[in-house]
Design a protein around this ligand. Structure first.
Ligand SMILES: O=C(O)CCC(=O)C(=O)O
Ligand SMILES: [Fe+2]
Length: 450
C-alpha cells in the first residue's frame, strides 16, 4: 500500500500500516486540501458543512482508537505494533495533542468502555475479517457511529472483507428471499433457459451451470479453456434495476409457486440498495471524506441482484478432478458486494499468504466485500480480495446437499466518472489509475467472463 507523504513512517496507534485517512495529522492536511481545491465539487454549503463535520468526528474516532488500545487487551484484528513502548506512548501523546483532546477527555467513561464491534469472524493465515455490529453505525451515538465506520473501512483496507451483524435486512425477509430463490431454481430447465442471460450491457437473466466462468484470467481463450476443464457447479439468475428503460429484467411467469416473485425481488433489491448507500456513508466517514461524499455516486442503484444455486453434487466429483470447485476464484467488479450465504459453507477468501481460508457462515450476518472498482477508486488503499466456493467443509457422505447464496453486486452509478479518491494520494504522481466511467468498466469486466 502506498503511503502519502507527510505520514510516512508513523505507525497508527493500533499497529496497522499508516495511512493518511487514519491520522489526525493527515486529517488536518486533508481539511486544508478541501479548502484549497474545493473538493466534493465544490462550494455548496452542503459540501462545506460535511467537511467541517468530518473534522470533529475524525478527532473523536481517533481518540477512541487510542483509548481502546490503551485500556484493554488488543483484539485479534490488530497485528502487533512494531514500535517500542516508549516510542509508542510518545506517538500516542503526539496524536492526542494533534487530535485536540485533553487527557481528561481521553479518560472519559465512554472511552473506557469495551471497544465497539472489534471481534474477528475469521482469523487465519494473516487474514483477519472483522465481525462488526452494524447497528452501532445505523442507530448508535455519534461516537459509536464514527468508531464503527472506522472498523468498516479498516476491514476493507486490510482484508477486503467484513462480516456485519445486526444489519439492515430483517431475518424473515432474508429467509423468504432464500425460499423464493429455491422456488425459482426448481423450475424446469427449459423454462429457466427462456430467461437466459444475454449481454454484459444488460447483465440480467439466467445462467445455466458452466455458463459463467468467474476467474482472474483476462484473456477470453484462457477463460474458455478453464471453463471446459472444470465448469463451475452453479446456476444463477440476475436482476438489475427494474426501472431501467433500456434493459428489462426477464421475469419468470407468476404462476404457481412463483406468484409474487417479481415484487419480492424488487423489495429485496431496494433494501440492499439502501444498505449499499449506508455502507458507502460509513466508508466516506471512515475515509475522512464526510458521510455524504458518496451519496451522488450511489443513488441510482445500478446494481445486480444475483440468486445462486449450487446443486447437490456427488462428493467424488471433487476427487476425480482436483481442480473442481463450485465457483472459481475471482474478485468482484464493482464497489461492494453484499453476500448472504446459507449454512452449508464452502466460501473461501484468499489470505495474504496465498492460502484460501474458510469464510464460515455466521448466522444473522452478511459478508460484505469490496470490489475491484472501489479498490481502483481508492488508489488500492481498499482491497478487492480473491474468493471462491469449494466443496463444503464437512466431508462426510457420498453427496453434498445443495447450497444457496444471494449476492448483491453494488456499483457506482453507471453514468459516474470514477477518479482517484481525494486523500488517497499526496501528489498526482501517486495516482495509480486513470479516471474511468463506471458503466464501461463493468461491461468490460463482464464481457471477459461470459
Ligand atoms: O456463493 C457465494 O458464496 C459466493 C458467490 C460469489 O462470490 C459471486 O457470485 O461473486
Ligand atoms: Fe464474488
Amino acid at each position: 500500500m502506498r503511503k502519502a507523504s507527510g505520514s510516512e513512517g508513523l505507525p497508527t496507534t493500533d499497529g496497522l500500516p499508516s495511512h493518511p485517512v487514519w491520522m489526525p495529522l493527515a486529517s488536518l492536511a486533508w481539511e486544508g486540501k478541501v479548502r484549497q481545491r474545493g473538493v466534493g465539487s465544490s462550494s455548496t454549503p452542503q459540501h462545506r458543512s460535511s467537511s467541517q463535520r468530518l473534522s470533529s468526528s475524525q478527532r473523536l474516532s481517533s481518540s477512541q482508537r487510542l483509548s481502546s488500545s490503551q485500556v484493554s487487551p488488543p483484539l485479534s484484528v490488530s497485528p502487533p505494533l512494531s514500535v517500542s513502548p516508549p516510542l509508542r506512548s510518545l506517538l500516542l501523546s503526539a496524536s492526542l495533542l494533534l487530535s485536540g483532546l485533553s487527557s481528561s477527555q481521553r479518560l472519559s467513561s465512554s472511552q473506557v468502555s469495551p471497544p465497539l464491534s472489534m471481534a474477528a469472524a475469521v482469523s487465519k493465515e494473516g487474514l483477519v475479517i472483522p465481525l462488526i455490529d452494524y447497528a452501532k453505525f445505523v442507530d448508535g451515538t455519534p461516537s459509536e457511529r464514527a468508531a464503527t465506520a472506522d472498523s468498516i473501512l479498516k476491514g476493507f483496507q486490510t482484508a477486503g472483507f467484513i462480516y456485519l451483524k445486526n444489519h439492515s435486512i430483517p431475518a424473515d425477509v432474508l429467509a423468504h428471499t432464500f425460499a423464493r430463490s429455491a422456488d425459482f431454481f426448481d423450475q424446469p430447465l427449459d423454462d429457466k433457459l427462456k430467461l437466459g442471460w444475454t449481454t454484459a450491457a444488460a447483465n440480467r437473466g439466467y445462467s445455466s451451470p458452466g455458463r459463467e466462468k468467474v476467474t482472474q484470467l483476462k484473456d477470453g481463450k484462457d477463460v474458455d479453456n478453464l471453463r471446459n476443464a472444470a465448469p463451475d457447479l452453479k446456476e444463477s439468475y440476475e436482476m438489475g434495476r427494474d426501472s431501467n428503460a433500456q434493459f428489462a429484467n426477464p421475469w419468470p411467469g407468476e404462476e404457481g409457486k412463483l406468484k409474487g416473485f417479481r415484487a419480492d425481488m424488487k423489495d429485496f433489491f431496494d433494501r440492499c440498495k439502501s444498505m449499499h448507500q449506508e455502507v458507502m456513508r460509513a466508508i466516506g466517514l471512515g475515509m475522512g471524506l464526510g458521510e455524504d461524499f458518496f451519496n451522488t455516486f450511489v443513488d441510482v442503484g445500478d446494481n445486480t441482484l444475483r440468486l445462486l444455486h449450487y446443486p447437490a453434487v456427488k462428493a467424488d466429483v471433487f476427487r476425480i478432478n482436483p481442480g473442481q470447485v463450485r465457483a472459481g476464484e475471482h474478485s468482484d467488479y464493482g464497489s461492494i458486494t453484499l453476500l448472504f450465504q446459507d449454512s452449508r459453507g464452502g466460501l473461501q477468501v484468499k489470505s495474504p499468504t496465498g492460502h484460501f481460508v474458510d469464510a464460515t457462515p455466521i448466522e444473522g450476518t452478511v459478508v460484505v466485500n469490496a470490489g475491484d472498482l472501489l479498490a481502483r477508486w481508492s488508489n488500492d488503499t481498499i482491497k478487492s480480495t480473491v474468493h471462491r466456493v469449494v466443496e463444503p467443509p464437512q466431508k462426510e457422505g457420498v453427496e453434498y446437499p445443495p447450497r444457496y447464496s444471494i449476492a448483491y453486486f453494488c456499483n457506482p452509478n453507471f453514468a459516474c466518472h470514477i477518479e482517484t479518491l481525494p486523500g488517497t494520494y499526496a501528489s498526482e504522481a501517486e495516482k495509480k489509475y486513470e479516471g474511468i466511467n463506471s458503466g464501461q468498466y463493468l461491461i468490460q469486466r463482464l464481457t471477459a467472463t461470459y
